[in-house]
Design a protein around this ligand. Sequence first.
Ligand code: GTP
Ligand code: MG
Length: 316
Amino acid sequence: MEIIQCLLTGDRRAIARLITIIENDGAEAQEALAALYPHTGRAHVVGVTGAPGTGKSTLVNELAKVYRQRERTVGIIAVDPTSPFSGGALLGDRIRMRDLSGDPGIFIRSMATRGSLGGLARATADAIKVLDAAGYQTIFVETVGAGQAEVDIAKAAHTTIVVEAPGLGDDIQAIKAGITEIADIFVVNKADREGADSTALALQMILDLNHSSHISSPDPRWRPPICKTVALHGEGVGAVVEAIGEHAAYLRESGNLQRRERERVEGELRSIITHKMARSFFERVAEAQFDSLVDSIIRRELDPYSAAARLLEGWR
Ligand SMILES: Nc1nc2c(ncn2[C@@H]2O[C@H](COP(=O)(O)OP(=O)(O)OP(=O)(O)O)[C@@H](O)[C@H]2O)c(=O)[nH]1
Ligand SMILES: [Mg+2]
């Protein structure tokens, strides 16, 4: 494919077009992904997640600057699971990241939900492949919140940063509930504000608790560092870059890089198969039969499980 040749030379229009093709999820997307896949697997993917407004975009912006000073190319994907309008709700991010644009070593793209959250996770994973094949060495993926969509998106990352900010008391609860499992690095941003120390302390305590009770820690040998930053002024950002480097080295040396890659590919394959099977089922099922079963369920003549079994009969 000609567009893939352009992509491999780092052509920005080719990158943008390919990501749009992927978002539209048609036959063209499959063909493109097949062609670019052999050129992937080189980038280090860093997920950045956390509650709204904690300073994720500002932090990514500053991290990207540090990487650029070190002559590493940077791809940035900002994912908004709450917005159906790609680019609309995230316009703010683009404006904030404006001081990075114009640098050919940086590519920034926003993505939003077109259909299901599962679809968004798949599209994000594929957009990462496009930037990887185009030669971007470090790829940041920013997501908001701590829902299942973020956890799924985080699975595509090698290193996941969870960003906290002081004064979000309830948020610590949310973090406790699920997100410690995906955090490789914690950042307490807005350290210029009151309460940053107690937020960091709360995180320490959660880590101690998890450590002693062996709850989460998929990686008992890696204890997530807690970095304090003032992203607004670039303070403490160098330490985050170091932590990312240390985590990457840890992944390589411990053999966890291969283990994660295997888990990621397994999950991806399962998700694609589930998606494809469901889609091909709904393409083939007779609408009239489907509707009449719905009527039967409503009339309580049939329960939903038996109706599903009837529809699936003979489909295997
Ligand atoms: N005081 C202070 N403000 C900050 C700092 N970092 C970011 N901000 C401000 O916090 C606000 C939100 O920053 P963003 O970077 O957009 O936060 P975000 O987490 O990307 O926000 P969403 O993507 O909307 O969830 C902006 O007004 C920033 O200027 C910081 O270190 N200190
Ligand atoms: Mg943001």
